[in-house]
Design a protein around this ligand. Structure first.
Ligand SMILES: [Ca+2]
Ligand SMILES: [Ca+2]
Length: 272
């Protein structure tokens, strides 16, 4: 009985580690050929099993290492997607000598924790509130401007940050409200973070309400928003900085963002 159970387990479970960054080795055990929303649910159970909530305060400290800039300026200061200037030197930087917010009156005053998936939607509950893979260090002032708007694309911005992130009316088809548009360098990073969130919390997210959400546990996001995220995921492929952050996140909270390790799984789940 025991032997045959082992045989069954062995035959249905194969490592799927092709092309994955070394830190992911052995983390995903996925049945061959699994695809669509079944793949998403399988990933959900893997991500949940590994996940240890380290609390909200610990994030500020871990960012000093996990988000250190070894890619753009290479100066070891924090990569803030809302102020990083990939092709020029940054107009301001944060490192271990800076205080986290606090109050702010302008850009560069202090940094805090930006919830890519706004925390008001889940009423600041755990473990979502402190989940490393969607909570990023960012300038407090720009974070405030992003507010809880969906992401989108803006032609005539009402406001622009020092690195070119924009707030204004959405011009991407399907929604006409106010949105926040990050710079091109981080569009894929943000898309993959939101795909992670939709997967990790698929058993709760269908009960929540926001412009991005369609009230389902499988597709999770509205059609226009899925189209936007797919576009961003394809135009901004996984970067060295994302891979490093993913490995640091694994060490920190015990799970990973599967869409950084396997970008093709975004297509297998949401493509078409
Ligand atoms: Ca930098
Ligand atoms: Ca990127």
């Amino acid at each position: 009985m025991f032997k045959s159970l082992i045989l069954i387990l062995l035959s249905v479970s194969v490592y799927s580690s092709t092309n994955s960054p070394s830190g992911a080795k052995g983390f995903y055990k996925i049945d061959k050929g699994l695809s669509g929303f079944e793949l998403k649910s399988k990933l959900k159970s893997i991500l949940k099993r590994g996940h240890r909530d380290r609390g909200y305060n610990a994030l500020i400290k871990v960012y000093i290492k996990s988000d250190a800039d070894l890619t753009y300026d290479g100066d070891g200061s924090i990569v803030d997607m809302y102020s990083e200037r990939p092709n020029y030197s940054d107009s301001y930087n944060y490192d271990s000598t800076h205080e986290s917010c606090g109050s702010y009156r302008r850009e560069s005053d202090c940094f805090n924790r930006e919830h890519i998936f706004p925390q008001s939607i889940f009423h600041k509950r755990s473990p979502m509130r402190s989940d490393f893979f969607h909570v990023y260090p960012s300038d407090g002032y720009v974070n405030g401007k992003r507010s809880n708007h969906p992401f989108g694309e803006v032609d005539r911005p009402r406001w622009t940050s020092s690195n070119g992130s924009k707030v204004g009316k959405n011009t991407f088809g399907g929604y006409r409200g106010t949105v926040f548009e990050p710079i091109d360098e981080f569009k894929g990073d943000i898309a993959r973070s939101l795909f992670y969130f939709a997967t990790r919390y698929e058993d709760q997210i269908y009960k929540w309400h926001h412009e991005m959400l369609n009230g389902t546990r499988d597709q999770v996001y509205k059609k226009w928003f899925v189209r936007l995220l797919l576009k961003w995921h394809r135009m901004d492929p996984v970067s060295e900085h994302e891979i490093r952050r993913n490995n640091a996140g694994h060490e920190y909270q015990g799970n990973r963002n599967p869409f950084i390790d396997h970008p093709e799984w975004v297509e297998a789940i949401w493509g078409n």
